[in-house]
Ligand binder design. Structure first.
Ligand code: IPE
Ligand code: IPE
Ligand code: MG
Length: 255
């Protein structure tokens, strides 16, 4: 399937700094081929590898990928274990290459309760690549937006109880600093594959003003062309953040 085209002459001026992707549709991709779901997840890892390279080629500075949600634990045990195995394989196999390409890895989501080998691989990926600057890859693993907000609120409550934070000092900016994404810019664009049009607990705080692009392809079929098409759709959007733009002035030609 070739992706729909949505040409816009402004695209070069409006590349999003941060793209976040809900990589959905691995199971249906496999089902359509008469394969077990794990085959879809394996193909999904290949698509992720290509997408990391594509992000650099397309000039995106931050790429966040939704790899495993806090609700995905409700899947059959064998599928959860396949997904854990694939994450380990991805980091073991790709970490050296990611590091060589200057990719900085950061992981968001709850680390508590993860198997020790997974937790230490995630730590290793972050520490090895901490000084890299070519591309920031944020992996949302055991991530749920509500869980993230609850954990942040708990830490804020503890800081107030300790006396190290005044409750009146808690602004949106301060709150954001307690989230897993502290220091990470909000996503400009969120892409979801597989035709579903929902957020599934992905970055609810951070995506308040993100542009959303829903693609019908399943995640394993996602290519650089689909990525470029989503960026073209983004470039044609007019972001207003609750304000108004002067008549006839659209994003990308305003300044
Ligand atoms: C996305 O594909 C991968 C994860 C959620 C880990 P799915 O496994 O959700 O695939 P579908 O949505 O069932 O097709
Ligand atoms: C969202 O996809 C989670 C990831 C892509 C990791 P799901 O497949 O879990 O979402 P729902 O269940 O369709 O909402
Ligand atoms: Mg799904």
């Amino acid at each position: 399937m070739s992706p729909p085209r949505c040409g816009d002459e402004r695209d070069a001026m409006t590349t999003p700094e941060h793209v976040a992707i809900i990589m959905d549709g691995n199971g249906r991709w496999a089902k359509a081929r008469g394969l077990p779901r794990v085959a879809g997840h394996r193909a999904g890892v290949e698509a992720l590898r290509k997408t990391v390279r594509a992000a650099s080629d397309l000039g995106v500075g931050w790429l966040t990928v939704y790899a495993f949600s806090s609700e995905n634990w409700s899947r059959p045990k064998s599928e959860v274990s396949d997904l854990m195995g694939l994450l380990k394989l991805f980091i073991r196999r790709d970490l050296a290459e990611l590091h060589q390409s200057g990719v900085r890895v950061r992981v968001i989501g709850d680390r508590v309760g993860l198997a020790p080998d997974i937790a230490s691989l995630l730590d290793e990926a972050e520490s090895l690549t901490a000084e890299n600057r070519a591309l920031n890859l944020v992996i949302a693993f055991n991530y749920g937006g509500r869980d993230e907000i609850v954990r942040a609120s708990r830490r804020i409550a503890e800081a107030v109880a300790r006396g190290s934070l005044e409750s009146s000092a808690v602004t949106a900016e301060v709150f954001a600093g307690f989230l897993d994404t502290a220091g990470i810019p909000d996503p400009d664009l969120v892409i979801r594959t597989s035709g579903e049009q929902r957020m599934s607990n992905f970055l609810p705080w951070q995506s308040a003003y993100s542009e959303l692009v829903f693609l019908s392809c399943y995640w394993p079929d996602f290519t650089q062309e689909h990525f470029a098409d989503a960026l073209r759709q983004y470039a044609a959007r007019e972001r207003r953040f609750g304000g108004v733009l002067p008549r006839g002035v659209a994003q990308g030609v305003a300044s």
